[in-house]
Write a protein of this length. Structure first.
Length: 203
């Protein structure tokens, strides 16, 4: 349900944007050779008026709920003496105040893209080790079983794709989210190859 709902929401957002493109403001931007950018509130208001604003507020609230809860749990891990209720309230308040300033809030998309891009290779290493270690002939949890403080294969498999694809993003002005999947696959494959070599040389 969540996947389908999110998918339909993006379709609706595209339709709203198509309506917005017909406005004089958007046409002026297009005539200057610029792609019109717009915040969700004005976009929805332009399409269906006050009901659009109400929809954006409700959609933002329901979307933010699970994220605020996760943020609250993260804060609680740092400050264990504070109750879940209060850390959730604090996290929600910070996010709400930040959301009042669109110039700041809209920049969060770039941060989320970078954050996801940076963490994605770690997920790839976990997935590739779990599903392909036996097929590739490598030992699961090698660092633990070999009594190593860290696994060099993991570090290299994370850092190398991160540097390469981040460089590609900066050099060719490609949004990081488009490079997350190639980085993810590369990281998993590099991990398997280096682990195979490393464990074979020590075996």
């Amino acid at each position: 349900g969540m996947y389908v709902g999110h998918y339909m929401a993006w379709i609706a957002a595209a339709l709203l944007y198509a309506v917005y493109l017909k406005t004089p403001e958007a046409q002026m931007m297009l005539s200057n050779g610029n792609a019109p950018t717009v915040a969700p509130g004005p976009l929805a208001y332009n399409a269906i008026g006050v009901f659009g604003i109400i929809t954006v507020v409700l959609a933002g609230w329901t979307t933010a709920n699970p994220t605020i809860y996760r943020a609250g749990l993260a804060f609680q891990a740092i400050i264990p003496k504070v109750s879940t209720f209060w850390v959730t309230i604090i996290a929600g308040s910070i996010a709400t105040i930040a959301g009042i300033f669109p110039a700041f809030a809209m920049k969060l998309l770039d941060f989320v893209a970078f954050y996801g891009f940076m963490l994605a290779p770690v997920g790839a290493i976990i997935v590739f080790e779990y599903f392909y270690s036996e097929r590739f002939g490598i030992q699961k949890f090698y660092a633990e079983k070999a009594d190593l403080k860290y696994n060099p294969a993991v570090l290299i498999a994370w850092i190398l794709p991160f540097i390469i694809f981040y460089f590609i993003s900066v050099k060719y002005d490609i949004f990081l989210s488009f490079l997350t999947l190639p980085a993810w696959i590369s990281s998993g494959l590099i991990f398997l190859i280096i682990s195979k070599y490393m464990q074979g040389s020590k075996g």
